[in-house]
Structure formats: structure tokens, C-alpha cells
Design a protein around this ligand. Structure first.
Ligand SMILES: [Fe+2]
Length: 307
């Protein structure tokens, strides 16, 4: 076995699971992969991955638990804390469910110069699944805070997956990332630290628009909005810096009057300030609040190309 060959350790039930999932994934269309992800999330807890996990930790890489040759295969993958993977591809589609921890999966497109551009970050919590088509195969995974463990179904098993150059770090990226984390978590203290004292909020929401001028007024408005939700967390974001600031797109999941909801919004941020860079103008566009029925209906009627 070379250092780049994926270890194999068959575990009871894994071959049957693989046999059920591969026909569901079909030719790797996005709707098929989304359905496969739901099934994988339902069935994954039935597997006893104890031995595979031990092997994966020891070897420092994913362990195939079912599948032969070039694939498809089912694997247990471990992402240690503070150790993002390289930006890589597997040469085919994939479906993953997170078993423990939290994990960020960043999708990339590769430019002609070989440099990767982020298409967005999806944050997985235990029991949540995601997937990628052959077109959007290039990604990076990164555990959040503690080790993350995942069960992944791969169309192919390219030992020695190709790696790509990371994107150039933008000048204002730090401020945009702080805004993204603060807004995604609904953390008003952290938002106060990134807003300029004279920040202008221009909020465009479904069939309505309002503004607030000055940091205190903006925070008071947001406090009122956030008072209606609990359990807020960001599940996807995409940050696009520009010379003047940038755009932060966000998807959050919240509990709204006791029911789970999803919200997607875009934030156009103008950055200024002399000694310290701060946000001087914040224009927001929001999809409104999607209840669980709307989320299901959207997934059925308009399956995504990139989740
Ligand atoms: Fe991967």
C-alpha cells in the first residue's frame, strides 16, 4: 500500500447500504444526489463505524468501508480540528453526511490559471447531508472547532485526487468574514464592532423597504428583527470582496415563533474609515422567511445544481 492509497476496512451493513444508494444516485443528476443524501442521512446511524474511525484516525485519511476497485465506494472520513484539506477533486459526484462535529465544505471553480475561486461555504451539522455533481467536484473541507466525522459516497476512487491553488486573500476579506459570522449568528455585539458610527442600513425585504441611519439605530432595528427568532445559525455563505467593500450572501436556519424556517439574504457592504476599516453602508436584500413546507416544495420543484 502506498501512502496515497485509501485504506479499506469492510464493515457489516456497508455493502448493502452502498448497493441501495448507488441506484438512487443514478447518473449523478442533482435531484438524484439530493435524494441520495436524504437516504444516506437516514441510514448512516445504523452503521457501526468504530473500527473504521480508529483506522481513519491512525492513517490520517478516509477509510473505504464498502466498494471495490475504482468505485463507487462508501468511506468514513475524519477531519481533525484546525487542519483543512487541500482544495481537491475526486473526479466524480459525491454525497456526504456529517456524523459528528461541524464541518465547512467550500465549493470552488478553477480558473484557467489554475487558481480556485470560492462558490460558497456550506456548514454541516450532525445528521445533515450535502452533495456535489461532477461539474462542481472541487472542494475543501474544514472541521469547525473540533474533529468532524463524515460518511461519504464517492462515484470514483481516485487515489491521489488532484489539488488546486487556494484563492488569493482579498484585502478586506477579514472585515467581510467578521460581518458574515456576526450576522449569521445574530451577534449584535460583534456587528457593533464592524459597523461605522454613521453606518446607513437600507433593507429591502419582500414587498417592503426601510432604512436606519447610525450604528445605534441600525442595531436597534436588527435587535427587533432578531427578537422573533431563536436557534439561529448560518448554513451557507459566500463572500465576494471588491475594492470598495464587497458582497456577503447568507443562508440561515432559525426557529421563528416555534417553527423551523430558512432565510437567504444578500448584503452589499461599503467599507470606509481612516484608522480602522468599518462598514459605512449596508444594503440588504432578503428572500423572506421560508417555512418547512416551502423549503420542501422548493427542493422538489426547483432542485439545485449546486446546493
Ligand atoms: Fe473530498
Amino acid at each position: 500500500m502506498t501512502a496515497r492509497t485509501r485504506p479499506r476496512l469492510e464493515i457489516p451493513g456497508a455493502a448493502a447500504l452502498l448497493g441501495e444508494l448507488v441506484p438512487l444516485a443514478g447518473n449523478g443528476g442533482s435531484a438524484q444526489l439530493a435524494a441520495t443524501g436524504e437516504r444516506l442521512a437516514t441510514l448512516a446511524p445504523q452503521l457501526d463505524i468504530t473500527e473504521a474511525l480508529r483506522t481513519a484516525r491512525r492513517e490520517g485519511r478516509g477509510v473505504a468501508v464498502a466498494g471495490a476497485g475504482e468505485g463507487p465506494l462508501l468511506a468514513v472520513a475524519v477531519f481533525p480540528a484546525q487542519a483543512p484539506t487541500p482544495i481537491h477533486g475526486h473526479g466524480g459526484w459525491g454525497v456526504a453526511v456529517l456524523l459528528t462535529g461541524r464541518c465547512d465544505l467550500t465549493a470552488f471553480r478553477i480558473g484557467p490559471d489554475g487558481v480556485a475561486s470560492s462558490l460558497g461555504v456550506r456548514r454541516l451539522h450532525p445528521g445533515e447531508a450535502t452533495w456535489w455533481t461532477r461539474v462542481y467536484d472541487v472542494h475543501r473541507q474544514s472541521a469547525v472547532a473540533d474533529e468532524a466525522v463524515e460518511l461519504v459516497l464517492l462515484e470514483r476512487n481516485p487515489d491521489g485526487a488532484p489539488r488546486y491553488e487556494p484563492p488569493a486573500v482579498p484585502a478586506s476579506g477579514g472585515l467581510l468574514e467578521r460581518f458574515s459570522a456576526a450576522y449569521g449568528a445574530g451577534d449584535l455585539d460583534a456587528l457593533a464592532a464592524v459597523y461605522a458610527p454613521d453606518v446607513l442600513l437600507d433593507a429591502n425585504v419582500p414587498v417592503w423597504r426601510y432604512q436606519a441611519a447610525g450604528r445605534d439605530a441600525v442595531l436597534a432595528t436588527l435587535r427587533e428583527e432578531l427578537a422573533e427568532v431563536t436557534d439561529r445559525r448560518a448554513t451557507w455563505w459566500h463572500i465576494t470582496p471588491s475594492n470598495a467593500g464587497g458582497v456577503v450572501e447568507l443562508e440561515t436556519r432559525n426557529t421563528y415563533h416555534g417553527k423551523p424556517v430558512l432565510v437567504r439574504d444578500a448584503h452589499l457592504l461599503a467599507v470606509g474609515g481612516e484608522a480602522v476599516e468599518q462598514i459605512v453602508a449596508h444594503t440588504m436584500w432578503c428572500t423572506g422567511i421560508w417555512d418547512a413546507d416551502t423549503v420542501r416544495q422548493q427542493a422538489r420543484a426547483a432542485p439545485m445544481v449546486l446546493p
